[in-house]
Design a protein around this ligand. Sequence first.
Ligand code: NAD
Length: 433
Amino acid sequence: MRITVIGTGYVGLVSGVCFAELGNRVICVDKMEAKIDQLNRGEVPIYEPGLQPLISANREAGRLSFTTDLRASVEASELVIIAVGTPSLPNGQANLSYIEQAAAEIGQAMNGYKIIVTKSTVPVGTNERIRDMIRQHTEEVFDIASVPEFLREGTAVSDTLNPDRVVIGTDSARAAECLVELHSRLTDHLIVTDIRSAEMIKYASNAFLATKISFINEIANICEKVGADVTKVAYGMGFDKRIGSSFLKAGIGYGGSCFPKDTQALIQIAGQMDYDFKLLKSVVDVNREQRYNVIRKLEGLLGNLAGTTIGIWGLAFKPETDDVRDAPAFEIIAELHKRGAQVQAYDPVAADNFRKEYGSDGIVYCSTAREAAWQADALCILTEWKEFQELEPLEVEGWLKSPYLIDGRNIYEEEQLSGTNIVYYSVGRPGMN
Ligand code: NAD
């Protein structure tokens, strides 16, 4: 199949590369020239494990190319996938301007029957709007489909090649047949449904996962008060098949480019229909509040934070990615600065992205974990990078001025800390606080 993917971000680039890997001829389009130049030089603009070798192999095989020329690529393709960003507007609604621009440009490039697929996460009704927008520019016959994306950054390649399910929302039998064929090698769980339900499946899935995280974080907060250990509680809960063990890891809350914006967007979608989504609003509040536990614990140990130096390990919203969008580190570091603390921070891959967003005022960006911990009044772990888990707490203690460790991700076990003088605060494990 000849496929154009519009938007070469975390979703578009990985999807395009994986469709090429399946034997399709894929053109990845982006309007950012610098990104396309980088890709054409063989460089990968994002950190995503396993992506680089697949890009090289498929370019060499002549199945994958990169361009800024949307018109030429759409003209050459029978399937066009929209994978542009849908970030939050200040009021929480999804910003659909990139989608609208892509739809208009597709409409202008139509030269025969095509299927237009939206992978971006979009509010219910958006695919129908996309159809109307394309229709304004062309008389050609085309079909639309919503095929929402569920990949996770950090494991995006394997998630794309082995998805739990693929949701295909369309009102066209022709499009359904083509998309089933395209995805049938990836999974047996192909869910063909109507467009609006497909759009809603994506929001409902993310909202549910966010709910699980806020739920276990509240249980963790109660565990700290009643003397239970949330990791044991989650382990015990997880064996119940109705509950499942995933997304029951207590910490400093979710971040990233999806959960925060998609929960807000769903609250807005409901609100526009006069429905008050109370549960999801609480999920969002709990998540915001959870980040402040790090500050509260630091103040409990150090009192006034003015003039202190705080080491930060981890700036990415989760390990194995350089994505810092809505990472808890932003709010936590901003709160530290408000209180007059200095920050020395280290992340294995996300520091450059963080610096671009946050700047350098009050932060020293360090090139090793040791440097970030060095002579700090306390150390906070905000991302559970394996690199941090592999460091010996006894050695870390020697780097710090005071042996205070606030672990927002529960990366250490009790036995690892025995024999140290570290004063250790984790999340929901009062035996270790
Ligand atoms: P991203 O910001 O990393 O990438 C979007 C890309 O689209 C950018 O490179 C941008 O330059 C390009 N773009 C925007 N308008 C364009 C246009 N008119 N023509 C060509 N290129 C254009 O975004 P992302 O993280 O890949 O997310 C894309 C969508 O997928 C969003 O709706 C997101 O919610 C959804 N999603 C993301 C993830 C994830 O983990 N990142 C997972 C599932 C779904």
